[in-house]
Design a protein around this ligand. Structure first.
Ligand code: AMP
Length: 711
């Protein structure tokens, strides 16, 4: 039995067991004490106003902060003095395990019969408090602004490690949710296996088509419809899932999407279909639903749980969006795992020797570079970095542009292609790109490309030419990898093996660049297309059997707050080992309010970073020049939680996480000239413009085609 499984057997439910819950359909997650739990329901100490009859989604954490169950429940009664009683409707583990988990000191009690209850009221239990969270365990840390000693902090929220091993009945599948393709997997007889899609291929295209008659198709059937309905077929949604919508960002990104981007509910990115906008988060849920039903059809059993992989460089909101999408697809997420980590698991399968590997993960839409230390039963990510806007589809766009330019030059014509022609160009470009991975020239043919004049497109591309016009994409990845190693003072010589992951690593120029940087050939031990999915399956299986390795992860991008003048002040730095927690002290205004907009990224200009949410605190006791200590915590799954306390009295304060206020308003307020910014605000460093994808002829056409922003 490994260490984790050992810890599991000592799990207990006592005074610090917690429940993370949200009213179904809402994103506001509360953290409360779990007073009693039984196989049929639980008693929760909460001050929250919620109604009997409401459905809630929840995660249950034991005393060590280990998540031992996830599910859906109904609030059966609410009592102003006792909290609320919930009855489980769906539970992510075998209910009998609940009783087994309770310790003799705190035996599981059967939920009392329904009691007539009242709603609302003041906090029912002395010493109880509410903590706002985006899900996950909270922790305690040092005050970065006022240098509070770490020994000052109360132990109640001491950080927890590794809540991986959760025995559960039923199969847990692994899902590699890719930008281009999604791949599901499971373990049979100790071996990870891919679950084939409906058409027998190993992957499901991450695409959805919304036909004009209202029917929608996911996967291969959507890919087959792309040329017929180019404006109604969504691809690459993973690049936008969870991200906060901004008109200017959308205008810039539109050049890389051949369907109209628009703002969806909750300041999310979406696609405009007829008169409505469908959010990318909903699209991710539809793809996951398709994966689940395909897996169920193939395995012949119901599939309710999964380990899902995401790029290491995904921000907190993007991870949260994938979790929500999984919930919508009726999947209990056992763990969100970084793609490079999953690939390293596949690499390390059945190997016990220590190794330091570099994972070069170049997929359809994203690039990630990570350095991972492998040893028996443990994977430790040392450093990571990436870009969610450089991937295989950008090579396609550059080839498509090349084809268009060459065709127009040969025919002496100049026109903007229509959506169908764009779709045909991109499809032909992808085929050409794959061909050029194995041959040095390729003749692209698109019959009847134009009708007036009636012309076929015939353009020959050599690998040399292809390498020339895609060189900037490859050098971008080399620059990221070099910077990641530098940030941890690592050199290529410190790396034992290099793993190539993702279809784009099949491009010879990519392989040459990797070999040049590391002065050696990359490993042949893993299949770049399947390693992530297979690693996810192995982890899923090991979690299911309570024997998962310890995954020590890091925060991929700094998280901080924005101050007047749009200065970004990091609170938790990039590459910090998880779990972690840091504190910052802020002045309340005369109304006793504090609003702390939280961003993630590395730019000193907050507006260039990803907006996560705003932490809001409002309390009368703060009106007289009060100060608030805000604590930002990340659990080992990279899930963020925020809570706050009064700096003078140490009293916990109700903290709300808000995403409703328009980001543009927040930026406008912050953008005001800095008239005496509060202490601690960092001056804006002069920094280079961030790297952007090269401009292409196709990009210009797409920008013009969807001239939604009046440019
Ligand atoms: P993945 O995220 O691993 O599914 O990567 C998919 C990306 O890899 C897509 O952009 C594919 O076009 C690309 N890809 C797959 N096979 C090849 C190949 N043989 N040569 C070049 N690119 C490829």
């Amino acid at each position: 039995m490994n260490d984790t499984a050992n810890r599991r057997s000592h799990a207990r439910l006592g005074s610090t067991a917690r429940i993370l819950w949200s009213v179904a359909g809402s994103h506001d997650i509360q953290v409360d004490r779990l007073r009693d739990v039984s196989p049929s329901g639980a008693l929760v100490a909460t001050a929250s106003v919620t109604r009997a009859g409401e459905e809630i989604r929840f995660d249950l954490l034991d005393d060590r902060g280990e998540r031992f169950a996830t599910g859906l429940a109904k609030v059966v009664w609410v009592d102003a003095t006792r909290g609320m009683g919930i009855a489980f409707l769906a539970l992510g583990i075998d209910p009998s395990l609940i009783a087994a988990l309770a310790s003799p000191e705190a035996p599981a009690k059967v939920l009392p019969p329904r009691l007539p209850g009242t709603v609302g009221g003041p906090p029912p239990f002395p010493g109880e408090h509410l903590v706002a969270a985006r899900g996950g365990q909270v922790g305690v840390g040092v005050d970065t602004a006022s240098d509070v000693d770490e020994s000052d902090v109360d132990d109640e929220f001491a950080p927890q490690i590794e809540p991986l091993a959760v025995r559960r009945a039923g199969i847990i599948i692994g899902i590699d949710l890719g930008t281009t393709n999604t791949c599901a997997s499971y373990v049979v007889d100790g071996q990870p296996k891919i679950i084939p899609g409906r058409t027998g291929s190993n992957t499901i295209p991450s695409m959805i088509t919304f036909d004009p008659d209202g029917t929608s198709y996911v996967g291969q059937r959507a890919a087959d419809r792309q040329i017929l309905y180019p404006l109604r077929t969504v691809y690459g949604s993973k690049r936008l899932v969870g991200r906060t919508y901004r008109a200017q960002t959308a205008a810039d990104l539109q050049e890389h999407f051949a369907y109209p981007l628009a703002e969806a509910e909750g300041q999310r990115f979406g696609v405009r279909i007829d008169d409505g906008v469908i959010s990318m988060d909903t699209i991710a849920a539809r793809i996951l639903e398709e994966v689940r039903s395909t897996a169920e059809a193939y395995l012949g059993v119901s599939v309710e749980a999964a380990v899902i992989t995401v790029p290491a460089y995904f921000s907190e909101v993007q991870r949260e969006a994938v979790r929500r999408a999984a919930r919508e697809a009726k999947l209990v997420v056992q763990r969100i795992v970084n793609e490079p980590t999953a690939a390293a698991v596949a690499y390390g399968h059945k190997q016990s020797q220590k190794a330091r590997v570099a994972v070069w993960d170049f997929g359809g839409g994203t690039f990630d570079f990570s350095v991972v230390d492998l040893s028996a039963g443990q994977l430790e990510v040392l450093a990571t970095g990436g870009d969610n806007f450089v991937g295989g589809s950008d090579f396609d766009d550059l080839i498509a542009s090349h084809l268009l330019v060459e065709f127009q030059r040969a025919e002496g014509v100049d026109f903007d292609p229509d959506p169908q022609q764009i779709a045909r160009l991109r499809e032909a470009a992808e085929v050409a790109k794959r061909a050029l991975s194995v041959q040095t020239e390729y003749l692209v043919e698109i019959p009847e490309f134009t009708r007036e004049p009636f012309k076929h497109l015939r353009v020959e591309i050599t690998r040399e030419r292809f390498d020339e016009f895609t060189a900037s994409l490859v050098s971008r990845t080399v620059a990221i990898a070099t910077e990641v190693m530098l940030a941890r003072a690592l050199t290529p010589e410190d790396i034992d093996d290099v793993l190539l992951v993702g279809g784009t690593t099949r491009i010879p120029a990519v392989q040459t660049a990797v070999a040049d940087l590391f002065k050696r050939r990359p490993s042949k031990r893993i299949n770049p297309d399947e390693a992530v999915a297979l690693g996810a399956a192995l982890l899923a299986h090991e979690i299911g059997s309570g024997d998962a390795p310890t995954l020590l992860d890091i925060l991929p991008m700094s998280v901080g707050h924005a101050r007047v003048g749009l200065a970004f002040v990091p609170i938790v730095a990039r590459n910090t080992r998880l779990p972690t927690h840091r504190e910052v002290t802020l002045d309340a205004d005369i109304l006793g309010e504090v609003a702390m907009p939280i961003f993630q990224g590395e730019s000193a200009d907050a507006s260039r970073n990803e907006y996560l949410c705003s932490a809001l605190v409002s309390d009368r006791a703060l009106q007289d020049r009060g100060r608030v200590i805000v604590r930002v915590s990340f659990d080992e799954h990279c899930v963020m939680a925020i809570d706050a306390r009064d700096a003078r009295s140490g009293r916990k304060l109700v903290t709300r996480l808000d995403r409703a206020r328009p980001l543009e308003d927040i930026l406008r307020d912050l953008g005001k000239p800095d008239t005496g910014a509060p202490s601690g605000a960092k001056p804006l460093a002069v920094e280079a413009d961030p790297w952007k994808l090269p401009k292409s002829r196709l990009g210009k056409v797409l920008g013009k085609l969807f001239n939604i922003f009046g440019r």
